[in-house]
Ligand binder design. Structure first.
Ligand SMILES: [Fe+2]
Length: 371
């Protein structure tokens, strides 16, 4: 698990390290980082809304303890996945050598929380399919590690997760980018992507049959309600079950135009609530909760001091006491110098509530979408 943040660790500005020329040209929409009252008190909501309005760019580029290696690895994920996806989209052959090398580097990187933090930092700046691959992969490795999978299996899992949606690159861009609910025919077309991915991988990487099988099974569910083949529990590849749950968690915590975004805290609760009737693997969901804790990286929280911050590192030994980057004082004012607090070594300080994120749209259903 992650090492605790040390007081003397250097503060590195994410924007200095991670902003590529392509990313720097993307505009940031402050409205997508607004926060809503929901169940929380009016004062809390007002503070958060003013935070989002006045300080949205700082949320994206806030000073946090960042490991340059994590930034580099995260950017490499985006780059290597893009190369493969672009090749598929343009009908060219592709090789997976770089993906296999990258997978080993990801598995050998010791601090998944720091990689996870890159996902939240980059959420408004990176094209969603590449970000989904990165987020899903980082989570899947963390979950599988918690389940006791050994290195060889972790590398296999990572390779499969990096390219798990390769089949979508044969769908029309219009369909992939469609903001509203899909028609029955469109949904049926989207549901072909695991089988398309299977065939692509069997064609271009036939020596790795396990890879094609994992990619094909990622949307299958324990109760036989998944697709493309409606497989049941024991018929589904074990590593596909891990990717399936990680993919759902990513979908819940990512902005979508057709439904509200879940905070990391809400996403964990949602997975717990829905695991039975939506057929998610119970051991996998349990491992995800153990690994992410009740306050996952990226989660906004209010501390007992009434200050507001964001979780930057979980603590598997003490799930209620993660490391928090404190960004706002007790009156809701942005701090000139945000600081990281390890709640595990500050017994007088604790989390009193997590703060839900604002919904970009009022719809609350994922009906008709492939996730
Ligand atoms: Fe998929």
């Amino acid at each position: 698990m992650a090492e605790p943040v040390k007081k003397d660790q250097p503060i590195v500005r994410y924007s200095d390290l991670a902003r590529s020329p392509a990313n720097s040209q993307r505009s940031i929409d402050p409205s997508t980082h607004d926060h809503t009252p929901g169940e929380i008190a009016f004062r809390e909501a007002t503070q958060l809304k003013s935070l989002a309005r006045s300080d949205a760019s700082r949320i994206i580029t806030s000073d946090v303890v960042v490991d340059p290696k994590a930034v580099q690895l995260f950017e490499q994920i985006l780059k290597d996945v893009k190369v493969v996806y672009d090749a598929v989209r343009s009908g060219q052959t592709f090789r997976l050598d770089r993906i296999f090398g990258l997978a080993q580097a990801i598995v050998d990187y010791p601090d998944t929380d720091r990689l996870l933090y890159q996902v939240f930092e980059a959420q408004q700046q990176v094209y969603q399919p590449y970000l989904n691959s990165a987020h899903c992969t980082i989570l899947a490795v963390q979950i599988a590690r918690g389940m006791g999978h050994q290195r060889d299996e972790l590398v296999q899992l990572t390779v499969a997760s990096l390219v798990h949606d390769i089949g979508t690159q044969k769908l029309s861009q219009e369909l992939l980018d469609k903001p509203g609910k899909l028609s029955k025919e469109e949904f049926a077309a989207v549901q072909t992507h695991p089988e398309v991915g299977y065939k692509l991988l069997m064609q271009y990487s036939p020596q790795h049959t396990w890879l094609a099988k994992i990619v094909r099974d990622e949307h299958e569910r324990e109760n036989g309600q998944g697709y493309p083949h409606g497989l049941h529990s024991e018929e589904i590849h074990d590593l596909a079950k891990v990717i399936g749950v990680a993919d759902i968690y990513d979908a819940l915590t990512s902005p979508r135009p057709y439904r509200r975004i879940f905070s990391p805290h809400e996403a964990v609760q949602e997975l717990l609530d829905c695991q039975e009737h939506l057929g998610y693997s119970r051991p996998v969901v349990r491992a995800l909760i153990q690994q992410l804790s009740l306050f996952p990286v990226g989660c906004w929280v209010r501390l007992s001091s009434q200050e507001i911050g964001r979780v930057v590192q979980s603590n598997s030994r003490s799930p209620l006491r993660p490391v928090v980057e404190v960004l706002h004082d007790s009156a809701g004012q942005p701090l000139a110098s945000p600081r990281c607090v390890d709640l595990n070594t500050n017994p007088l300080l604790y989390i009193v509530s997590s703060l839900p994120l604002e919904a970009p749209a009022s719809a609350s259903s994922t009906n008709g979408r492939h996730e």
